[in-house]
Design a protein around this ligand. Structure first.
Ligand SMILES: [Zn+2]
Length: 509
């Protein structure tokens, strides 16, 4: 009996180091918050505070970032919502700068409810979609979802201005919008309307072809059935000037589909005309695709501070076809898009994802695949997987203009936010910003780049709410030592005392 009691002072001495800080911090009572994630690798995309271990979230907002110790001292949760990341990575939620996700859901919407159908985007880590062409039916459907609380991620709608094809060589305007429609830029709303989408040139087939400053070769004309050898431009310069100027004056950003360099020329001129000497930092006009962009146009883009989309995934398995068909000049122009992030221009990721053209989750060859980390892999390695599963590496002409993982991360997060005037609210993890984040199962900054495409999303949080959780995965586990140093010290004292009681009571028997 005496022998067992003699352990007590020893045990008290052992727990003393825990008790002292607990007492010391007792008057600075920790703030009760909704969630804490600790013991992790948190990529903030905030240059002033790039990597932290722990994050505290309350009422939709990030309220604390720092070391695990600091966060656990200052914040506390109820209901076991302090999660142990066990070294896993958190990054801002993915922002797709050019998607057709919600629009395509509307057209297949009969089969699923809008709430459930957003799960695929959430499971892939998207927290914001910048939808590049929303019609009136889609608009009302998304607006209704926002109003009845079933919109689970942020949607920035760019309203469709004209259709993506020509009739009798004329573009067809969309007249559904009220003439007094105005931008919706409230940051606390999930559904916002920052701009209009304008289709300026063709894409392929029945949409006509990208508008070029020099003609398609006879071989291409024959092969693809091209009618206009310079491609198809939907607005001439003066028409586009007046369209962009008018939307600019109404406070809309324009997002303009421009694939060929003649289209890029026309829209750069129109943006210059509308800006009239002011900076695009206020207007945020943006150019979609940039599939053939010239060096002189990059210089002009830099002077105007225009924003540009860049497709992540290039169909590298077709590189020999491109090399056979295109001149060296055209090859240079088509790969120039990948130089844009390195030039210091604002560039964001476009996946161009939509369900309408058939969706096969296992078809990793699609250049408009939904998987953001497949696009990241494409940006960083310029590799691609063909339909048979073979991985193709880029030839030197395509491998030029390498993009770093850091640049790709910015394109997928903060730059997508910048394009919709939300860089102070989402796109990075900073105190005061909305808690839009994902937990992933590897660290893109330290892992081998060839494995980037295989990163899995374990959890997706939008506006401080867990909207997706990989159910079969072991994550998340509650932080086992309790919710703060104070409670862990108390637990140690209680456990010690109870074990002594157990020992004593056993000895009595
Ligand atoms: Zn598109």
């Amino acid at each position: 009996m005496k022998k067992s009691l003699s352990f007590l002072p020893v045990l008290i001495l052992l727990v003393c180091p825990f008790i002292v800080p607990a007492i010391y911090h007792a008057d600075a009572s920790p703030q009760l918050v909704d969630y804490i994630f600790c013991n992790g690798n948190i990529i903030t995309i905030d240059e002033t505070n790039p990597l932290v271990q722990a994050i505290a979230i309350n009422d939709g907002l990030i309220v604390g970032l720092g070391s695990t110790d600091a966060i656990l001292q200052n914040f506390v949760t109820e209901n076991e919502t302090t999660y142990d990341l066990n070294g896993r990575t958190i990054m801002p939620g993915i922002i797709d700068g050019h998607s057709h996700y919600m629009a395509s859901l509307f057209w297949i919407g009969e089969t699923e409810t809008i709430y459930d159908s957003q799960t695929i985007a959430l499971a892939n880590g998207y927290t914001t979609l910048n939808e590049k062409s929303i019609d009136i039916g889609e608009f009302e459907w998304i607006q209704e979802a926002e109003q009845n609380g079933t919109l689970r991620l942020r949607v920035n709608a760019f309203l469709i201005y004209n259709f993506a094809w020509l009739e009798d060589n004329e573009t067809v305007l969309v007249d559904a919008w009220e003439p007094d429609v105005i931008p919706v830029l409230d940051h606390d709303r999930k559904f916002r309307v920052p701009g209009f989408k304008i289709y300026l040139d063709g894409a392929s087939g029945n949409r006509g072809f990208p508008a070029m400053s020099d003609p398609y070769t006879q071989e291409m004309v024959d092969l693809w059935g091209i009618i206009n050898p310079y491609g198809d431009l939907y607005f001439n310069q003066s028409e586009l000037n007046s369209v962009v100027d008018s939307l600019h004056d109404r406070g809309f950003s324009v997002a303009v589909h421009a694939m060929g360099d003649r289209a890029t020329e026309t829209i750069l001129n129109a943006i210059e005309y509308a800006l009239n000497g002011t900076d695009n930092d206020n207007a945020r006009h943006q150019i979609e695709h940039n599939s053939f962009i010239r060096e002189d146009q990059i210089a002009k883009a830099l002077s105007l501070n225009t924003i540009h989309s860049v497709r992540g995934y290039f169909p590298t398995y077709w590189q020999q076809d491109y090399a056979d068909l295109y001149s060296t000049v055209w090859l240079e122009r088509t790969v120039n898009r990948y130089s844009l992030p390195g030039e210091g221009l604002h560039t964001y990721l476009e996946t161009d994802f939509g369900f309408l053209h058939g969706y096969d989750e296992d078809d990793w060859s699609r250049s408009s695949n939904i998987r953001p980390f497949l696009h990241m892999w494409g940006l960083v390695t310029r590799k691609a997987i063909d339909e048979n599963g073979t991985i193709h590496s880029p030839d030197p002409w395509l491998a030029k203009h390498e993009i770093s993982v850091e640049q790709a991360l910015r394109m997928m997060t903060i730059e997508g936010a910048y394009a919709v005037k939300q860089e102070n609210y989402i796109g990075s993890l900073e105190v005061g910003k909305y808690a839009d984040l994902i937990v992933i199962d590897d660290d893109p900054l330290t892992m081998g780049v060839d494995d980037l495409k295989d990163i899995n999303v374990l959890l997706t949080m939008v506006y401080g709410k867990i909207e997706f959780l990989w159910q079969s995965h072991t994550f998340p586990t509650p932080y086992t030592s309790g919710t703060s140093r104070t409670t862990s010290a108390l637990w140690i004292v209680l456990l010690t005392l109870s074990s002594l009681i157990v020992v004593r009571s056993r000895r009595r028997i």
